[in-house]
Design a protein. Structure first.
Length: 95
């Protein structure tokens, strides 16, 4: 598994990426960064951890609202939360 470095909300993260998963990871990072930036730019929340929690909840809600062809949304949400937890590493867990 290769490691890639990304910037989310102005902070660098090194994330593990499975072979062939670069495009998906880039899309996920872009979604998280856009969501966190929108929350920060709204000006009501300043703490990075709270912004991350709100962004994760917003993204998880969108996933849950999509029709599930195979019932896999809960797995996707759990995977998303686990990846954000891993990215936060020493900052604590989201949920």
């Amino acid at each position: 598994m290769k490691q890639m470095e990304f910037t989310i909300l102005g902070q660098s993260y090194v994330l593990a990426c499975p072979a062939g998963g670069e495009a998906s990871l880039l899309a996920a990072v872009a979604s998280v960064d856009a969501e966190m930036s929108a929350i920060r730019d709204a000006g009501k929340v300043k703490a990075r951890e709270r912004i991350a929690v709100l962004a994760a909840l917003n993204l998880a809600y969108r996933l849950a609202e999509r029709p599930a062809a195979d019932g896999g949304d809960n797995v996707q949400i759990d995977t998303l939360v686990a990846r954000v937890d891993a990215a936060l590493n020493g900052d604590g867990h989201l949920l």
